[in-house]
Design a protein around this ligand. Structure first.
Ligand code: ASP
Length: 349
């Protein structure tokens, strides 16, 4: 009988609780090295994959994730892209949704899985959630149909569910079930079998992979609250060298209608500062023009972020601005769905 070639998977360890141990003096959790981590999961040897692994030289707590860290991860995957059938990234859960979102925009026309996972308890702890997370993430990454991976996007696997990475946020720091994807269904669920919801998958791209490595972090966020004052708004909108601001509005994209506020936004837009409107609500979406409190935003050129998460809005801006396109093309791209990050329920806004 013809022996099927096992899928080749690269496991990348960047840090996070999964590989941490308590410091004997301070009792604080800090990252371990990768060989210590692997010792705790002998099951990895039994998986029906050809598994290779690589570790960041200095694994980090993901709260320390930076532009350079994200770029280092992207470069590592790029270097190995043609050698492996898929990638599993072990990453701290605190900022996993940001790095996963960033990679979804950086790897344009992806046709292989990049699946992030981690855990809430270190792998050396008896009740760890890390083992199941790693093993299932590898199994999903290795799943193929007709010799091709079934997943062609950047995902997060956590506590029995596979999510589109750029639709998630970390919503719970105490439960194993740490992530939510409020505006997009999960892609797979691991029970006795792994059930795939293929209707929700992104299709593999026929276009050539393009990796957008430059990230621009001249971005700020302006979260509205009743009582926010003019000085605060001004200082955020006119932060030196700022290129874009994520405006976190109320409800379906509503904001203050006072002239001082609208005039400041108008002035920023005239100076070619991009204003991207997302809602503070975890579920639902922005419809500029639905209420009087958002009609003016639309009229002055605030861009609707539809149902994007904050994590996606920030990282989409970083990648799109990193492309250094003309202002018009940048705006156009921000209105476009790049990696399944938003649903255009209302195209007019
Ligand atoms: N602080 C940790 C990190 O994000 C938490 C975790 O891994 O779950 O690196």
């Amino acid at each position: 009988m013809l022996q099927q070639k096992k899928p080749a998977i690269l496991l990348i360890y960047t840090g996070g609780t999964i590989g941490m141990q308590q410091d004997s003096n301070s009792h604080a959790l800090k990252p371990l090295n990768f060989s210590a981590l692997k010792k705790h999961i002998p099951e990895l040897e039994k998986l029906n994959v050809t598994l290779s692994s690589i570790s960041f030289k200095t694994p980090i707590d993901s709260s320390n994730a930076s532009i350079e860290f994200i770029q280092e991860l992207a470069a590592l995957i790029e270097k190995n892209y043609n050698i492996y059938n898929g990638f599993v990234v072990l990453h701290g859960s605190d900022t996993m949704a940001y790095t996963a979102s960033a990679l979804s925009f950086m790897f344009e026309n992806l046709s292989k899985p990049i699946i992030f996972t981690g855990s809430q308890l270190p792998i050396g702890v008896i009740r760890t959630d890390g083992k199941e997370n790693i093993i299932s993430a590898i199994e999903i990454t290795a799943t193929q149909r007709n010799g091709k991976p079934i997943i062609n996007e950047v995902c997060i696997y956590f506590e029995y569910k596979l999510y589109r990475g750029n639709r998630t946020y970390k919503y719970n720091s105490a439960n194993f079930d740490a992530f939510k994807s409020p505006n997009y269904p999960f892609l797979a669920e691991a029970g006795v079998d792994i059930k795939y919801h293929t209707d929700f998958f992104l299709n593999p791209s026929k276009k050539k992979l393009q990796i957008n490595k430059l990230l621009n972090n001249h971005i700020a966020c302006l979260k509205l609250y009743p009582g926010i004052n003019e000085t605060v708004v001004k200082s955020i909108l006119f932060t030196p060298n700022i290129k874009a601001v994520v405006l976190e509005t109320f409800g379906s994209g509503n904001a203050i209608t006072k002239p001082w506020f609208i005039n400041l936004l108008k002035e920023a837009i005239t100076k070619r500062i991009i204003i991207l409107n997302i809602t503070q609500c975890n579920e639902g979406f922005v419809i500029q023009g639905k209420y009087e409190t958002s009609s003016q935003l639309k009229a002055i050129g605030v861009i609707s972020g539809h149902d994007m998460t904050f994590e996606s809005a920030i990282t989409k801006l970083m990648v799109v601005l990193g492309k250094n396109l003309s202002h018009q093309k940048t705006v156009q791209l921000l209105h476009t769905v790049i990696a399944g990050e938003m649903t255009l329920y209302n195209k007019l806004n």
